[in-house]
Every structure is written in structure tokens, then in C-alpha cells.
Design a protein around this ligand. Sequence first.
Ligand code: HSE
Length: 312
Amino acid sequence: MKSCSAAAPCSTANLGPGYDVFGLALDALEDKVKVSRTYPDGGGRITIKNSDQAIPSMPESNSAGLVVKKMMQDFEISDSTEIEVTKGVPSGYGVGSSAASAAAAAMAFNALYDLRIDRNRLVEYAAEGEVASAGTKHYDNVSASLLGGFVICRVASDRTQFIRLEPPEDLVLVVAVPCLEVPKKKTEVARSVLPKMVPLKDVVYNISGAATIVAGFALKDVETITRGIDDVIIESARKHLIPGYDSVKQNAISAGALAVTISGAGPSMIAFLKTNKNAKTVAAAMANGFKDTGVESRTFVCRASKGARLLT
Ligand code: HSE
């Protein structure tokens, strides 16, 4: 039985104003996916083994399964395939869990069949997996998880383009993951509360923040990055879904964080720091913010990740 394995890291999406456009890979936690060819010409049957029993194992509702299914269809592969997912990234908390499984699955499948798919197209395949949790394809988490670093997803009518910038070495992130029950298909729920129309002045504010973030990454300047991380469109619509949002944010800033925002669709929150001098204090302050509303949390201090990698 021939197999290939890959690991892909967790990630944060949006970074405030870059909704569905910005992703940043984080070197905190990772998923591992092993793809094996079980029977040649086995009718394209996909079976999934998952270390997290809460995650569906039907290929149509599993992010790694959807990716492999689409790749098998496109490359007319009819072998039976087994996917073994070892979850390290908690599912449903806004740290790119489904994206990590999808990114690792795309990379492992590409290697198993020596498909030599270019990285841009591999991200497109990985994004197929987001339909399992978000209901639609979006590229911010998967592109960061696969490519590593900071990624801008340039939305185009034909093919989305992924532009990767190397984050500054002194960028430190603190992620607080609240121990809350999250609804099934949480991302779909968090997307359903967003406004369909927004005032032009809010769009202008967010574009100015997003442009500042890109400039900050291009200049490798953490302070410039963090000056852009303020969003007046998405956060205000979602913050009621996060108990303790205001205290977590306020506590982190008081403890020395330069910026704080919702990580992806939440409910995790992420703080941005220059150097890790205050990181533990910021982590404790964020945990206290959740605790004030009776919610325990796990915190991680991390840096940007280099992205997915094949395992030997
Ligand atoms: N950009 C997405 C959202 C990330 O905010 O809904 C969630 O995976």
C-alpha cells in the first residue's frame, strides 16, 4: 500500500480588515494527513479515519475528503483511497482547523500520485475542503496553511492569485481559544450574521487598514502591520458571538499587545506583538478576559509558520 503524509499548520484569517483576503500561518499547532492508495481501480472509494470523532468521516462532509475527491475526479484516478487525519488543530475555533486538514490532504495527494500541481492550483484544491465547514470556498486559511507566512488572496473572476510575503521575524502572536461549545458548521453561522451592504465610509476605513497591513508586511515592520488591524465591518457584526470579546481585547491592549482582533470567524481572539517580551502577560490577560465571563481558555504564544510540509 503506497502512502504519503503531510503536515499543515493552523492559521489566522482576516487580520481585521482583510476579510477572506488575508491569511497568516501560525507555528502553534498542526494537522497531519496520510493518504494511501488501498486498491488499484477500486472505484474511487474514499474512506476516512479521523483522530477526532466529532469530525464527520463521510468524504462529502470532511475537508480532507472533499479535497481528495475533487483531485481524484479531475485527474481521473479510480483507485480506492484511505485518508488518515490526525488532528492537532481544534475544530471550530477560528484557527484554520478544516484548512489545515485540507492543505495537508492536497499536499499528500499531490505527492502520492506525483501530480506536480503548482502551488497556486494546490491552494485552489485545498479550498474545496472549506465547503465542509463554511458552506462556500474561501482561500485565506488554506493559502496560509499551505504556503506559509502572510498571504494575500487576490480575488479574480477567473483564478484567485495568492501573493505571499515573508512576515517580520519579530512578529509574535498570542492566540486565546475559549473552551466554548461551538455550533456545527460554525463558520457558516458566523458568515450568516455579516451585513450584505456596508456604508462607503466603513469600506474606506477598512481599505486603509488593509493597505497599511500589506505595507507593514512588505516593510517587515510590526508596528505598521498592527496599525492597520482595526476592522469596522466584520468584527462589530460578529463580536456578540464571543462572550468576553470586549474584556479580552481591552486586557490584551492594557498588557502591551499592539493590536487584537477576532481570529478568522472566531471565537478565538488573536493579539499581535513586537517581540515576545510581554507575550505571557498578554496571554494571561486574554485568558482573564474570557474568565470574567465564566469561560476557560487555552492560550498559545507563537510566530508565523513556514506552511505545509511533506513528512517522510
Ligand atoms: N474569512 C473567513 C471568515 C475565515 O471570516 O469567515 C473563516 O475560516
